[in-house]
Design a protein around this ligand. Sequence first.
Ligand code: NAP
Length: 334
Amino acid sequence: MLQPYRKIVIQKLTGEFRSSTGIVNTPAASPGPGEVLIRNRYAGVNAIFDQNLCRNTIRYVDVVPPYDMGVEAIGEVVAIGERVDGFRVGDAVANVKLGGGYREYQIASVGRLVRVREASPEILSLIASGVSAMVALERIADMKSGETIAVSAAAGGLGQFVVQLAKRAGNHVIALTSSDEKAGVLRELGADRVVNYRTESLTEVLAREYPRGLDIAYDSVGGPIFDAFLDHLAMYGRLIVSGHTSDFDKPVEDVPHPRAYHKLYWKSASIRAFQNPAFPQYFDDAARRILDLYYRGELRALVDPTPFVGLESAADAVEYLLAGRNAGKVVLKL
Ligand SMILES: NC(=O)c1ccc[n+]([C@@H]2O[C@H](COP(=O)([O-])OP(=O)(O)OC[C@H]3O[C@@H](n4cnc5c(N)ncnc54)[C@H](OP(=O)(O)O)[C@@H]3O)[C@@H](O)[C@H]2O)c1
């Protein structure tokens, strides 16, 4: 007999995580055909996505409470449904599914599961953020080698993989961060030039040290960083919009700038947006290759050392990330 378990749901849309959500008990169900039951061990914290769900501002979702929270999780298979081949009880697996993260157990279709060596937070960070970084760089940014690549929030969950993958491909990497502590982490990851944007002017650094411009500018922060990237693209440069952490919950700002084509046309440069759910066709290949790099010891996966334990800590983890305090991926231990 399966015991009830706990999960986090949005109970009302207040606009922020802590007051919108609650922990509820839910009856455990048996996995159906083609499904397994997973005991989640770690969930990835996607604070901006979570907060946007609590504001009902994710364009491809309509949140009607009660609404299950969390996305990626890693754990072990504890029960197997009919017509499931190739999975056994005890297998470590990761899953990326809306509503599959902030809960103690989940039922998942085996077609979407990634089998992994162990249910660790490092491997979880690869499956979510690492895969996104790889797909965005290779498929959206058309990364080559010998290029100059700048990345914002470089010490974050996603940014750490952009830095490492860009270096592995033989590029010069400029990594942006807000603290000297995170700057040290970025040097260890191999960044060629670290810019602490609180103590140095990004615009001045780019104008003075990179007059040829940026071949790829990978931005998930937005605001003045986006503006500086757009102003300093090289010939054929690609500016990747991968998020806008700095103003995602603020009213849209009207900025008095020349129209973007004045900055792009003569350089044949482009702005390209990347949203991982829009590119499911690349997921399996990227997951396989990024795990392979990690297993071979050629890629590091940084998990923020601050412990967040249990569903009760989810709001603290979300607020910690929203305050920009993290270095590496923020995870919730379940
Ligand atoms: N496109 C996609 O498919 C996709 C997938 C996953 C995540 N994302 C987006 O990518 C971004 C990064 O997500 P993540 O979960 O990996 O987070 P994260 O980068 O680990 O954390 C956010 C980081 O942003 C930086 N930051 C700059 N301005 C900030 C501000 N005003 N408030 C808070 N932080 C600020 C901070 O780093 P510094 O202090 O070093 O600047 C902070 O550590 C988010 O915008 C997220 O929505 C997009």
